[in-house]
Design a binder for this molecule. Structure first.
Ligand code: OOG
Ligand code: NI
Length: 385
């Protein structure tokens, strides 16, 4: 088959992003409310690339799962960018962001997936064994998905019919399944170690954790969420409101309490799990390494008064990236401190639970993924000429 009869990866990603959004809207109706709020606000502003711009977040249990998901995402034109070490915040995961890496790709479908992998090495021995055997016993992929993946890899793409089927299969990996994969006792043991571990290990698959539309004015959206009676987080993560928005600002409504069915000796028993929620984001300018260092210092000092707030100054001081026409580049990535805040705000009640401190292990993450993650600064550098 010739390449021209393949559906383009950017197009497959657009289909995937839309189908995922439709599924999540069914699963978490409050997400539909967010979409409506964001659409209203974006209609009053210019400069948002696409109505459908959003990111998702998923959490995987094993190296094999990460490897397979990385291959699925490659078919959708999603590439791993950056390494996020969440162990510094006491969370037993490390992550990357799968995203497009060209302007053309972003123009067709600016979808990203924040993807975390459980750090089994951070669990105590007995629990690690339990988690490992539960994870080894699940298969997050259908045979159909597998065979289409192999077809895409060997033939170099998928035609429209196979592509549509692949997208359906790929979306279903991230569906919510009400029946847990472990028994109640195991769930409780995992939960008492860390709620994040319970969320990753207990289910039949890696359900979506959240899906986040991009909004032009996050302060307005935050206000609107409150007015509509959503239980919203108090704070907006990331930099404060400014004339020249930089990097990424995010906020969320709190995680839902959902009923899950667990197997017991006597049949199925219902218990509750909190994990899934809705988030919104506002994206600003991409910062150079120098700009990022200054941002990190300002964040630590909780004082942004030293951070220039005009395009002219940001350019003159080499703090932000601009394209060859002089327009600022949008930040397409995530922020580790904000991500840690987002993880934690949704671990209700047990937010203080922390595992032993560990350090990042990018080499282990990349070995699982099967390739190195890309450097975001190099990508912005390339996009700026
Ligand atoms: C991911 C948290 C990070 C973001 O927007 O920074 C994230 C998670 O909770 O799985 O999604
Ligand atoms: Ni997120």
């Amino acid at each position: 088959m010739s390449a021209s009869s393949f559906r383009h990866p950017d197009q497959l990603r657009a289909d995937f992003s839309q189908a995922l959004s439709d599924m999540y809207r069914e699963e978490v109706p409050a997400y539909g409310q967010l979409i409506d709020i964001v659409a209203d606000i974006n209609a009053e502003h210019e400069g948002i690339r696409s109505d459908g711009e959003r990111h998702g977040a998923i959490r995987l249990g094993t190296a094999d799962e990460l490897n397979l998901i990385g291959r699925v995402f490659a078919v959708l034109g999603l590439h791993p960018v950056g390494y996020y070490d969440l162990s510094v915040a006491g969370l037993p995961v490390h992550s990357t962001a799968f995203r497009p890496i060209t302007e053309a790709g972003f123009n067709v479908s600016p979808f990203r997936m924040f993807t975390s992998l459980l750090r089994l090495d951070m669990l105590p021995d007995a629990l690690r064994k339990k988690a490992e055997s539960a994870l080894a016993a699940r298969c997050i992929f259908s045979a159909k998905c597998h065979s289409l993946l192999e077809k895409a890899e060997t033939e170099g793409g998928l035609n429209a019919i196979d592509g549509a089927e692949f997208v359906r299969e790929a979306v279903s990996i991230f569906a919510w399944r009400k029946r847990a994969h472990v028994d109640l006792e195991t769930y409780q043991a995992l939960l008492s170690e860390h709620p994040l571990i319970a969320d990753i290990v207990s289910f039949q698959g890696p359900h979506m954790n959240h899906l986040t539309p991009r909004v032009a004015d996050i302060d307005a959206a935050h206000q609107r969420m409150r007015e509509m009676g959503l239980e919203v987080k108090e704070t907006i993560e990331g930099p404060p409101r400014r004339n020249c928005p930089i990097l990424l600002r995010q906020t969320a409504f709190k995680a839902l309490t959902e009923s899950v069915e667990f197997k017991t000796k006597y049949g199925w028993e219902t218990a509750h799990h909190t994990a899934r929620f809705g988030e919104i984001e506002q994206r600003g300018m991409a910062l150079t390494r120098k700009g990022r260092d200054l941002y990190d210092r300002c964040l630590a000092a909780k004082d942004f008064s030293d951070f220039p707030d005009t395009e002219a100054e940001l350019k003159a001081q080499g703090l932000a990236f601009f394209d060859k026409n002089g327009s600022p580049l949008t930040y397409e990535d995530f922020l580790p401190v904000s991500a840690a805040g987002i993880f934690k705000s949704n671990l209700r009640d047990t937010a203080e639970t922390e595992t032993v401190a560990a350090s990042g292990n990018q080499a282990v993450f990349e070995a699982a993924l099967g390739r190195p993650v890309l450097d975001m600064f190099e990508l912005y550098e390339t996009a700026s000429h």
